[in-house]
Design a protein around this ligand. Sequence first.
Ligand SMILES: Nc1nc2c(ncn2[C@@H]2O[C@H](COP(=O)(O)OP(=O)(O)OP(=O)(O)O)[C@@H](O)[C@H]2O)c(=O)[nH]1
Ligand SMILES: [Mg+2]
Ligand SMILES: [Zn+2]
Length: 322
Amino acid sequence: MEDATPVTEATEIEGTVTRTTGSWYDVRTSSETIRATIRGKFRLNAADETNPVVIGDRVSMRLNADATGVITDIRDRKNKLSRRAAGKKIGREHVIAANIDTAWIVQSALYPKLNPGLIDRFLVMAGVFDIPACIVINKADLIEPAFEEAIEFWEELYINIGYPVYRTSAKAGDGIEQVKSAMTNKISVIVGQSGVGKSSILNRIQSDLKLRTGEISESTGKGVHTTTFAALYSLDSGGFVADTPGLREFGLVDIAPADLGRFFVEFHEFADLCHFPNCTHDHEPACRVQEAAADGIIAPERYESYLNILGSLRKGVRDVGR
Ligand SMILES: Nc1nc2c(ncn2[C@@H]2O[C@H](COP(=O)(O)OP(=O)(O)OP(=O)(O)O)[C@@H](O)[C@H]2O)c(=O)[nH]1
Ligand SMILES: [Mg+2]
Ligand SMILES: [Zn+2]
């Protein structure tokens, strides 16, 4: 270079934030991971958010001579997963991750047993945050022939309303390639209650991740929250994935009861025809959603799930897991 300025000073490089601590950020570029800090102005700009840069953010950096970086620009986010700062009713927003292409909602067929009500809650969350969702039914190796029909019922139900469904066994390796290829070149977040096998699936996709996996409590049949933090892992095949600790990262959201129906995709065509524009589809007259559920055009299981979540919202219970 003829320019006297060192290349490292002048060049802006781009990357994706893969880990954050209070003071520094790991930024993955096309070739390496760089430890970076941010300019003070980002802190000041983030008046209503507790954290100015989060995993998944696309940033520009200037490289320092010692190969660390300074984040100089943050791209607009296409979506973000967030929750209100703990302990405050109308608090600042705590953003957990940004630019998520897919939320993988993981359930296990057994131990813990498939919980469609929880799938529906996660689908609502994904809808609220504008994140496309896929469903994974893991521990397929535990599906006895007598249980097969019940599993197929739920697979068909979700496929029919437009959600891709994958069946995997992290133990035997079945279905893992399909999930891996769907994750390629995307930012994925993997959610589901403790013990369903989220970390096990990721370890199967890429063995050098070596995520800790846990045991299922003998007494409760539930997992014990083995995964304790969220970071984005780079996949060798391209893309990133965040393992999340059970339910906690996908926690609290505020939805007005009259808005809940918007997150049940198959309700839309009927909800548009309800007599009341703010119809909550549970007691109002001339409600096309209630009619469609009574006729079985909307799956009664989904309608019931809707009523359950509506009930929680009315009681002010915002936690997805309850
Ligand atoms: N039989 C069977 N067991 C599995 C499978 N996948 C995971 N497990 C077991 O289920 C238990 C929980 O797996 P994890 O991967 O730790 O579950 P997790 O969803 O990451 O749980 P948290 O990190 O606590 O949220 C472990 O004992 C795994 O070995 C599977 O496909 N089949
Ligand atoms: Mg885990
Ligand atoms: Zn209605």
